[in-house]
Design a protein around this ligand. Structure first.
Ligand code: PBG
Length: 326
């Protein structure tokens, strides 16, 4: 035998030497759920270890994460049902608690990378990402609302606007509005290939944002399609996106790989709530080794081509990573 691949697996030092993929804390983006009540902290039943947090505990959480090496955060607002309406008007209300919190976070941690969510569903009485009329999601009417939402968010000084709605033409509409209002430095992290997935269940619990009727299949993508992700990629690139995202991550590693191979823009992958819940719950039952599976999953997403990963595991992972090093 001339070739014995096992020689390169002989010891930990050799395995480290030939390791092709590595996850670092600075590759992770930690999603946080923001509550209006300043000091409140409520665990999400379907996501053990993940909380909805008021501004005060969120600032503490960000500080802890920054000390663990996590530098990037994406914030989602948990909006009271009373404030929701058909036009998602609370989302563009300049005094809403989400915008105030973004401003405070950015002031307190100017060095962190802060990402927003642009879509109607957290504020919509219909629970859809777009504007609903007679049971239909109207694309172009939605764009007007998304643009306004992006502008009030950009004003807070955040680094990236994150359109998660999957309307056609939204990256261009948002980019043009940002530029014509002087927000040249505000980037767009686009949910380029976002699939109509069953893996979002726990997130919708967290925000209480499940659609009140129907599903999201007329705007989110069919899980059967891969070429369509390349079409969405082409559009997002030409419309001015700065980062392209694939969501969910785990059942879509091939899509991450395709986007990485076909574009020069950085690729993000969203290790979504259902992926977290599956590993957490099986781990808590003792059916799998949670830490091993978690690390393997993050590594596989990175190996598939993601430059960065949005994950609810970020904090725990970074804490274990720090302990391993010291
Ligand atoms: C909606 C949105 C969703 C997620 C992020 N933004 C859910 C949905 O499309 O219904 C899901 C994230 C997760 O599951 O962790 N704009």
């Amino acid at each position: 035998m001339l070739k014995r691949p096992r020689r390169n697996r002989k010891s930990q030092s050799i395995r480290n030497l030939v390791q092709e993929t590595i996850v670092l804390p600075e590759h992770l983006i930690y999603p946080l759920f923001l509550l209006e009540q300043f000091n409140e902290k409520i665990e999400i039943a379907s996501m053990p270890g993940i909380y909805r947090l008021g501004l005060n505990p969120i600032l503490q959480e960000i500080e802890i994460c920054m000390n663990l090496g996590i530098q990037s955060f994406i914030i989602f607002p948990v909006v009271d049902e009373m404030k929701k309406d058909q036009l998602a008007s609370y989302g563009i209300n300049k005094n809403n608690f989400y915008l105030n919190a973004l401003k405070e976070i950015k002031q307190k941690f100017p060095e962190c990378c802060l990402i927003t969510d642009v879509a109607m569903d957290p504020y919509s009485s219909d629970g859809h990402d777009g504007y609903v009329e007679n049971g239909k999601i109207l694309n172009d009417k939605t764009l007007e609302i998304l643009v306004e939402m992006a502008l009030v968010q950009a004003e807070t000084g955040v680094d990236y606007i994150g359109p998660s709605d999957m309307m056609d033409g939204r990256v261009l509409a948002i980019r043009q509005a940002l530029d014509s209002n002087g927000f040249y430095e505000t980037g767009i992290l686009s949910y380029t290939a976002k699939y109509a997935s069953g893996f979002y269940g726990p997130f919708r619990d967290a925000l209480d944002s499940a659609p009140k009727f129907g599903d999201k299949k007329t705007y989110q993508m069919n899980p059967a399609n891969a070429n369509e992700a390349l079409l969405e990629m082409e559009l997002d690139i030409s419309e001015g996106a700065d980062i392209l995202m694939v969501k969910p991550a785990l059942s879509y590693l091939d899509i991450i790989y395709r986007l990485k191979s076909h574009s020069y823009l950085p690729i993000a992958a969203y290790n979504v709530s259902g992926e977290y819940a599956m590993i957490k719950s099986a781990g808590l039952k003792g059916w799998i080794d949670e830490i091993k599976v978690r690390d393997e999953v993050l590594l596989s997403i990175k190996r598939a081509g993601a430059d960065m990963i949005l994950s609810y595991f970020a904090k725990e992972w970074a804490s274990d990573f720090k302990n391993k090093k010291s």
